[in-house]
Design a protein around this ligand. Sequence first.
Ligand SMILES: [Zn+2]
Length: 320
Amino acid sequence: MKVGVACANEKVDFNQFLSGIPAKDYVFQEAMYEEQIKEAAKLLSEADAVLIGAGAGLSTAAGLAYGGKRFTDHFGEFIEKYGSMYMRDMYSAGFYPFPTEEAKWGYWSRHAYLNRIEPDALPLYQSVYELVKRKPHFVLTTNVDHQFWKAGFSDENIFATQGDYGKIQCKKGCHVKTYDAVDLFTQMQQAVEDCQVPSHMVPKCPVCGGEMAMHLRCDQYFVEDEHWHEAAGHYASFLEEYGQDKVVLLELGVGFNTPTIIRFPFEQMVRRNENWSLIRLNLEEAFVPESFGKRAVGIGEDIAKSISDITRGVEENVIQ
Ligand SMILES: [Zn+2]
């Protein structure tokens, strides 16, 4: 199940895409869970700064499941209208070729409302914030559900590279601007009938008059606006400022949907900086390069449990 950008991305097989690291170097660490938690807590306790990399697995672990009951409860009429073949979960539903703009926004306004607008800060995101807030930190994320902001992270410490469910843009990217759509989606939700919004609510590009789209990176028209570039700059500054220090890269639920944004660059940075280390929390894909030795911990448990246990470990380190 994928949470995050509901757009087509080719799945990359880690055996074939090597990021400069031989595939045979990847190992599932054999250390016991408790040992790994201790190692992770030690790395974080000694860190000068923490760089978080967060992907779909974090939001899934936090409760924003895209399938199952959460999907059928909220999208029953869509499943009935378009068929359960296509409406399997919120990920596949996003690819449905909606026949009209009214139908497209009928679906996406609900998707955005459910995953971006309605939920408060989820406890797991808040726990991550509590874990790192006392140290300099930065968040690089492919998630588009706005949870890092809700959990308390400052805007200048977040770079969400793939967009935001709360924004829309010109479908053809004819001008470099995004538009806040939180109020629009909320109103649409009250007006939806037969899975469609009324025609007068369909947004139009204020420049070219064409169709609008969700602000999600799914084709070459994704708009990187002023705020996006600011955030990219903040990320670059963070890397430069702490380049010589002890930095822990805390990778949360990053799989192989878009590994070139977080997963592979994180490994490359750890390889290049001997003061840097990697904590990889991932339910199924927690393998790490063996050559990193003690500088990598890969924990294949539920992320919420791991974060809670690591937090306890860090607290114990403070007391000692
Ligand atoms: Zn336009």
